[in-house]
Each structure stands twice: as C-alpha cells, then as structure tokens.
Design a protein around this ligand. Structure first.
Ligand code: FA5
Length: 355
C-alpha cells in the first residue's frame, strides 16, 4: 500500500466515523484518534521519512489537506450536534406558561378574629373607637382602682395569674389582665371627653373546663361624659345586639353585683334558636337556653370610687361600662352548641374550616 493509499484510507475512515458520531464526547475522542499527537495521521506522517525525497513535499501537502479536511468535518459535526443537544434540552426544560397553575389552599381568619373585627365595626358606627391597653398590667389598674382593695374576696372570681416581677410600691404586683376593665381608669386618666371606647384584648384566668379557657378575649365598652345614664346603656345594647345577633333579638338587664359598677347588671340576649320561647318548632324544649335567655356579660354605671381613682368628680361625670366575652358572644350568634369551648383553640382544621 502506497503512502497515498494509506492517506486516502485514513481520510475515508475518519469521514465515516465523524458522520456516525452521536455525541460531542465521541467527536472529541475521534479528534484525538486521528489528529492527536499520538494519532493515526501523525504516525502516518512519520512514514514520510521513508518516501523518496523528491516526492515528499507533494505528499506532505496532500497529508496537510487531509488534516484540514478532517478538522473541518469535525467542526461541522460539532456545530450540528451541539444544536441538536440544545434543542433537546430546551424541549425537555420547556414550561408551558399558559398552563393553569395549582392553587395553594386558601386560608381565612380565625373565627375569633372575624368576630373581633365585626364587633369593632359595629361599635365604630356609633362613635366608639377601638383602643388597646396592656395585657400585662399593674394590680392597681386590674383591681385596686376598680374598687377591689388588696385581699378583697371579690378578686377570687378573677382567678389571676401573677407575673414574677418586682412589685411597685404604688401600683402593686404585675398581673396578666384577667379582664379588659383595666382600660377604664387608664382611659379616664386621659380626660378626653366624651370617652367612647371599645377595648378588646386577651384575658387570662386560671380556669380550664368545657366553658372556660385560660386565655380568652373580652371587649369592654366605656362611655363617660356629663349626664350619661342607664338609658344610654340600654340603647347601646339594643343597637349592638340587633346588629350582631339579628333584628329580632331582645336584651334584658338583670341586677347583679360588680365592685366597679353601681348599679350593676348582667345582660341577657333572647335565644336565637327558640326565639326566646324555650320551645322548638317541633315542640321539644330548647337545649341552648332553657329559659329563653342567654347570658352575654356584665355591665353597669361606673362606680363613683372608680371615677375618683381616675381623678374625676362623680358629681360632674358619669358613665357606663360593659365587658363581654368574644368567644361566648360569637357562639351565641352562630347558635353554636359547642360542647367544649376549648375546641376553638385546638387548631383542628376540620372544625375551623366550617366558619
Ligand atoms: C368581667 O370580667 C367584668 N370585668 C365585666 C364587666 C365590665 C362588668 C364592665 C361591668 C362593667 P365576668 O367575669 O363575668 O365579668 O366576665 C365577662 C365575660 O367574659 C363572661 O360573661 C364570659 O363571656 C367571658 N369569660 C369569663 N371567663 C372566661 C373564660 N375563662 N373563658 C372564656 N370566656 C370567659
């Protein structure tokens, strides 16, 4: 086989192999195999030394042509393969931006938060402004200023959590507010009349059973000005109850006793299940109320001693206050017969998603 024959055979083999290469890696291997320092063309060129000296230049340039040809075939094949690979990758990674997405599950506010927003809105329509007072407060504002001196037995009902913090000589110990009534004296001290506020906050008591939770919410209304009377109290209740519970619901004031109001009342609202009749349409006795009334919360005219504790003259100013549980009010609104109030805070979505 002459040198030329060998050269042509190499060119053909290289051409075929390059055409058949399927990946860029394979092409790289072929480049090394034919054109590399230890490649087939290089070793063929070594054979030039044995060829007649006169023929050498012509054969050398022929070998160079073959080399250039193989190089350009490899470059072309490389372009073709990399475009193909890119197309494949684009196809594999393509995203259809018009495809409808998967909706994340939609949540909603906790029912107690929903109730608080609704209550705030109802009172704001008649000029009551929502205020926020500390949920950790001095004994003075939670009890003493509310006409409950130290060690008074009335305090027992507010089974209080005390904070392990240094007491103040003037203000006493630090407590987790057992009710929202700490707002009363704090608000009156500012002496901006008329006072028409709704204080809504967390309350804490050492209680836990099917009708009590250790952390719950109350909303406290306070209206103080000159010449505020029980008729105002009555009017506001009627308004709230009809807005929150429905236009057919009635209110009732029942004499009660609180140390910080005089006179004091429990407020009842007519039962929405039996419409205050104690009987259901099927003749059975209503199990929600038993008496036709549901107890909503406490209220009364601000006690003169409380006005005095805030620096006001009871001869000049008067006012009413009320404090109701948000959780209980909401349950009455919905006609819910929750057999355990703690269900509200168990975070069981099967329950919460119903509201
Ligand atoms: C009070 O807390 C008075 N401060 C209310 C008040 C304010 C009277 C202003 C007069 C003037 P009482 O302890 O009854 O009152 O609580 C009021 C309401 O809070 C109750 O009717 C109930 O709805 C709710 N409540 C009380 N304790 C709990 C509890 N542990 N869990 C859930 N709700 C509670």
């Amino acid at each position: 086989m002459t040198f030329v024959d060998k050269l042509q055979a190499l060119a053909q083999t290289a051409n075929r192999a390059i055409k058949q290469a399927k990946t860029l890696d394979e092409l790289q291997e072929l480049e090394t195999r034919f054109l590399g320092r230890k490649g087939e063309l290089t070793s063929l060129l070594r054979g030039l030394a044995e060829v007649d000296e006169k023929e050498r230049p012509a054969l050398g340039s022929l070998a160079n042509e073959v080399k250039v040809k193989i190089e350009s075939q490899i470059v072309q094949a490389r372009v073709g393969l990399s475009q193909g690979e890119m197309q494949e990758q684009l196809h594999a990674e393509a995203e259809d931006v018009t495809e409808p997405g998967t909706r994340p599950p939609e949540g909603h506010l906790h029912l107690v938060t929903q109730a608080m927003r609704e209550i705030t809105e109802i009172f704001s329509r008649v000029g009551f402004v929502r205020t926020r007072y500390p949920e950790v407060d001095w004994d003075w504002y939670a009890f003493e200023a509310l006409n409950m001196p130290k060690d008074h037995p009335a305090r027992d009902e507010w089974e209080t959590f005390f904070i392990d913090a240094p007491p103040s000589a003037k203000m006493g110990k630090v407590v987790l507010t057992p009710h929202t009534s700490n707002a009363q004296v704090r608000e009156m001290e500012q002496k901006k009349f008329p006072i028409r506020i709704i204080n809504m906050a967390k309350c804490y008591r050492r209680q836990m059973d099917i009708t009590h939770v250790p952390m719950f919410h109350q909303f406290e209304g306070l209206y103080v000005d000159k010449n505020v009377g029980i008729t105002h109290l009555r009017g506001i209740f009627d308004y709230f109850v009809k807005q929150f519970f429905g236009p057919t619901r009635q209110t009732r004031l029942r004499p009660f006793h609180f140390r910080f109001t005089e006179p004091s009342f429990e407020i009842d609202v007519s039962c929405g299940i039996c419409d205050g009749t104690t009987k259901l349409p099927n003749g059975e006795k209503c199990r929600t109320c038993k008496s036709g009334w549901l107890e909503l919360g406490g209220s009364g005219m601000v006690h003169p001693n409380v006005l005095k504790a805030a620096g006001l003259d009871p001869e000049e100013y008067s006012g009413f206050a009320f404090g109701w549980g948000v959780e209980r009010s909401y349950m009455m609104k919905e006609g819910m017969q929750l057999d355990d109030i703690r269900t509200l805070y168990k975070n069981d979505l099967r329950f919460l998603q119903q509201f």
